[in-house]
Design a binder for this molecule. Structure first.
Ligand code: ZN
Length: 235
């Protein structure tokens, strides 16, 4: 994704950019720190400022390979310089949830071999779906405990980029049942030290200690070979 600043620096909150294209309330920038909704992570919100005027960014989407910012009113023109600022509390909480989802997925994958069939992050809870036949509440408690131990262990979370060819040689890289995304040549790899390596385009914290304590709040059967688990970060 061209100009996606969040891929290399998820802690970037403000940036200057040039407006490349405007269609109604939809703005494309030369580059952006705004995360577009994808991979179960909701979009960022925030503001674009042009001189004295502020435009609220209410949604961000990927569209034909570009990142499109939906603003609350018109007035921004192609060629304008703007300052972008993302709502940090919202984003940072999602970064904590996203990192927690990696830890929990790794724990469950390592214990059962289950792959992830879906996930959705929110600000007050998140869910992960696994292709798992067994549904054992005691085991879930064990996974929760194990995940919390790992989170507390101050494990660094790092970002690197590798070629698709290289990525295909690492079978453990993708815990998604559907495999690596079909259209990407450069694969972004998120590593949690001594635990997990995953191809992922989302936003994560740089150390597991930033996540806080998690609890598994509910489990559901979603079909014969599909189990859905809900968790939250304790306040
Ligand atoms: Zn991720």
């Amino acid at each position: 994704m061209n100009g996606a600043l969040y891929l290399r620096d998820p802690y970037l909150r403000t940036f200057d950019a040039e407006v490349i294209e405007v269609v109604g309330n939809e703005i494309v920038l030369s580059h952006t720190a705004f995360y577009p909704q994808s991979g179960g992570q909701p979009s960022d919100t925030g503001v674009l400022t042009k001189g004295e005027e502020t435009y609220r960014v209410v949604d961000v989407r990927k569209k034909e390979g570009r990142i499109v910012h939906l603003v609350d009113h018109e007035g921004i023109q192609p060629g304008d310089g703007v300052e972008g600022s993302i709502d940090w509390d919202h984003r940072y909480l999602l970064m904590r949830y996203h990192t927690a989802a990696h830890v929990l997925s790794a724990v469950i994958h390592n214990a059962t071999g289950a792959e992830i069939t879906g996930n959705q992050l929110g600000e007050d809870k998140a869910r992960i779906d696994f292709n798992l036949e067994q549904f054992d509440r005691d085991a879930m408690k064990t996974y929760e405990q194990k995940a919390n131990e790992l989170i507390k262990a101050n494990k660094p979370v790092t970002i690197r980029f590798i070629s698709r060819e290289e990525a295909e040689k690492i079978p453990t890289l993708c815990k998604l049942a559907k495999g690596l995304p079909g259209d990407i040549q450069e694969i972004r790899v998120i590593t949690i030290e001594d635990l997990d390596e995953q191809a992922c385009g989302g936003c994560h914290v740089k150390n597991t200690s930033e996540v806080g304590r998690i609890s598994i709040t509910a489990m559901e059967n979603k079909g014969k070979n599909n189990r859905r688990l809900y968790f939250m970060i304790e306040k």
